[in-house]
Structure formats: C-alpha cells, structure tokens
Design a protein around this ligand. Structure first.
Ligand code: PMP
Length: 428
C-alpha cells in the first residue's frame, strides 16, 4: 500500500517496534495501515516525522494539546518543577491551586480527586456512584467511550469500535450485565430503561458531546431531559468531560449547555500534555471517597507535581481569546468540509461543536451510534489518506474527533482548506 509519502524510516522503526510492542504501538488507535508514521518532534500545530514530513495536526494527541505542541510557558514551569523533584507521595500546595481552578470553572465541582487518566476517573466515578447508592446497575450510551476498564467496554466507541471489538473478550459477563445500554438522543429509550430497572440503577454516565464515535452533539433539550429524569428517580448523573472539559467552555459542556451533573470526570487538557484525570463533584457525594469515606480510590501518581504543574500552566492560558480562536478555526474548517462535499454530491453529514468536529460519509443526520455506523468507511479512509498525503493529520478513524488548537490559524487554515478541496476533487 503506497500512500504517496516517503515513510521509509517510519517503516523501519515499525518493523523493529513490532518485535517488542503489540503491533508496534501502545494504544490501538495509533495503528493504521500499512503502518503509522513515527514522530520525531512536534511544535505548535505541527507534527514532524522521522522521515522529515510535516503534518498539520488535528488529532492533537486525541485532545489534550489545546495550546499546540511545545507551549513554552508550560515547558518552563515543568522544567522548574523537575528541578524540585518529580514525585513526593505527600501533598503539595500546587494540588490546591489546580483543584481551586477546577472548582472555580466547573459548575458541578466542589471537591476534586486527581487520578492519572480518564479511564481511572470514570472507573472511580462509577464505583463512587455504586458505593453511595448501593445499586449495581449503570446506564451508558451506545458508542460512548469512557476508557478501557471493564464496566464500560460495552458497545464502546474509539479504538474498540475502529478495530471491530466494541465489547472486549476478557470481561466477565457478570460485570457487563450491570451495564445497560441506550441510544443517545432517544428520550423514550432512556425512560423505558429507567422504569424497567427502577431502584437498581446507580448512575447514568454520558459524554455530553460524544467524541469517540466522531462527534455527536446532544439534540436540543436532551441533556435537560437526562438531568430531569435522573433527578426524578434519584439516579446520579455523571458527565464524562474528559474531552469536553475546558474545551467547550471554561466549565466544559456543563457550562456550554447549562446542565449540571452530580459528578464529572476530567482528563486530557487538564494535564497540559502530561497524564492526568480527575473526578469532581458535590461535597456530599465526594466525601464518600477514601480517606473521608469508605469508597476506595488511590494512586501512587495521583496529583503528581509534574502533571499538576503542567495543568496549572495550561489553564492559566485558556482565556476568552483561546475559546474564540479555536471555535472560529474549527467552524471555518468544518463548514468548508460540508460545502466541498455538497458541491460534489458526496454523501455527508458534518457535525461540529466548538472546537470539535467530524465528517461522516452518509446521507441524513448522525445523532447516535447506529447512524454513525452508516458512514462509508472506505470513503473515510480515502479522505484520511488523501489528507495525510497532503500534510494534514486527522485521527486515523471515522470514530474519533478532530480538534483545533490555538495554533491553528491564518495560513495553516488556508493550507488545510486547500488540502480538503484537493482530496474531495479526487473523490470523483
Ligand atoms: N472518557 C472519554 C470521553 C475519553 O475520550 C477518553 C479517552 N479518549 C477516556 C474517558 C479515557 O481517558 P484515558 O485515555 O486518559 O484513560
């Protein structure tokens, strides 16, 4: 398979990598045919590979790099922290500073627990909800991805769906039996499930904008509906804002849509390019977590000073201008994608919210898992490889989301639009 780029060094590294790493990668979405490019370094909106190719990056490490790569202020602060020690296993003032910033911005946040990934955050949130309510069942949406742990790897999006295993072997049926699935944007389906399982459901967990099956926003009023029905039945509502947190607004999707959950999970942007996750929520709920309460959660690297420092330095830079710029550049791109596809009668549905967007090659709206799966994957692959060849890197899967950073502006956008136009021309 020739994708029209010189990737000879990447190919060599891939052959070597395969000897030591599963399919040469450490996370499934990173693999694509015939092999991924291997990164040499990254700066601003660009990735540079070992063969000297330059890509405009709309993957942004699957979301975190909102300031672009190699932000000099974050690097400076992290370097200063490195000199002072990398891990203490004892509390620091910086944890308070970052927790305060979260509480200030995120409406549902009164108390914070830092963990190391989005996966840990959702796993802990679900355990907490079960521990508080004493109920086993959870409700999850088809195609939503909440990380790679057993409670939620059921009809999951992201790499699990891309590689054809939305339900993973190795997870006991007893575990997933307690995970009830519903389609997004369908009020009746959720109402029915809640009525049928009343007094057994601990929580509903959702991505307020689904970002692991492309990009699927909630229909008008849908989040309000979920909030009302969970409140009515005394079920905890968890917003998984690992992607949307700090991206759609300082307070994430809950601020953007004005719907406040009981618990929220955060990650990605919060770590400024270093590993992090956080579980946040109302004090009366969070105090059930150990050591305050009996629901166990712990971690050697929780609140580690490097991630916390990078997080503080990142949030400091997310001002109004940041939101204006990232939204504007994303909108310019996704509108253009829609126009190009329309002009050439290519079946398409382009979804975009704030600085998140994706195209599906299908007629009709994409508003849930089933409609997303209707996208023509062969067309998506042509689109992906066409862009790659022209120096534009989007996530290598229909079931991921594109992002803009504050460094995507001016000529970078124009170059992207030209690449998109050329790719669509080749579709005919
Ligand atoms: N929740 C959501 C919404 C995510 O997008 C992701 C990662 N893509 C996770 C949870 C898991 O986060 P991590 O990869 O940091 O474990």
């Amino acid at each position: 398979m020739d994708i029209g780029l010189n990737l000879s060094k990447s190919k060599e590294l891939f052959e070597e990598a395969k000897k030591y790493l599963v399919k040469g990668v450490n996370s499934p979405v990173r693999y694509f045919r015939p092999h991924p490019f291997f990164v040499d370094y990254a700066k601003d909106c660009y990735l540079f590979d070992v063969d000297g190719n330059r890509y405009i990056d709309y993957c942004l490490a699957y979301g975190p790099m909102v300031l672009g790569h190699g932000n000099s202020y974050v690097i400076k602060k992290v370097m200063e922290q490195l000199e002072r020690g990398t891990l203490y296993g004892c509390p620091t003032e910086k944890e308070i500073i970052l927790a305060k910033e979260i509480v200030k911005r995120v409406p549902s946040a009164e108390i914070v627990r830092f963990v190391n990934s989005g996966t840990e955050a959702t796993m802990s949130a679900i355990r907490l909800a079960r521990g508080i309510t004493g109920r086993k069942k959870i409700v999850k949406f088809d195609g939503a991805y909440h990380g790679a742990h057993d409670y939620v790897l059921v009809k999951s999006g992201s790499g699990a769906l891309t590689h054809g295993v939305p339900n993973s072997p190795g997870i006991p049926e007893e575990t997933t039996r307690n995970t009830i699935l519903v389609p997004l944007n369908d009020e009746d389906a959720l109402r029915k499930v809640i009525k049928e399982n009343k007094d057994e459901i601990s929580c509903v967990i959702m991505e307020p904008v689904m970002g692991n099956i492309g990009c699927i926003p909630p229909k008008d009023g849908y989040l309000e509906f979920v909030r009302e029905i969970t409140e009515e039945w005394d079920i905890l509502l968890i917003f998984d804002e690992v992607i949307t947190g700090f991206r759609l607004a300082p307070g994430g999707a809950q601020e953007y849509y004005g719907v406040i959950p009981d618990l929220t999970t955060l990650g990605k942007i919060l770590g400024g390019g270093f590993p992090i996750g956080a579980l946040v929520g109302r004090e009366d709920l969070m105090e059930h977590l150990s050591p305050s309460g009996p629901v166990y959660q712990a971690g050697t690297f929780n609140g580690n000073p490097i991630s916390i420092t990078a997080g503080i330095a990142t949030l400091e830079q997310l001002d109004e201008d940041f939101y204006r710029k990232t939204f504007r550049s994303a909108e310019k791109i996704y509108k253009f994608i829609g126009e190009c596809a329309e002009k050439r009668n290519i079946p398409h549905c382009v979804n975009g919210v704030g600085s998140m967007f994706q195209i599906y090659f299908t007629d009709g709206q994409v508003l849930d898992y089933e409609s997303a799966k209707r996208s023509n994957i062969e067309m998506f692959n042509r689109y992906f490889y066409g862009l790659l060849k022209r120096g534009v890197f989007i996530p290598p899967s229909q079931f991921e989301c594109c992002f803009t950073s504050v460094k995507h502006e001016g000529e970078v956008i124009e170059e992207t639009l030209r690449a998109i136009e050329e790719v669509f021309k080749k579709f005919q």
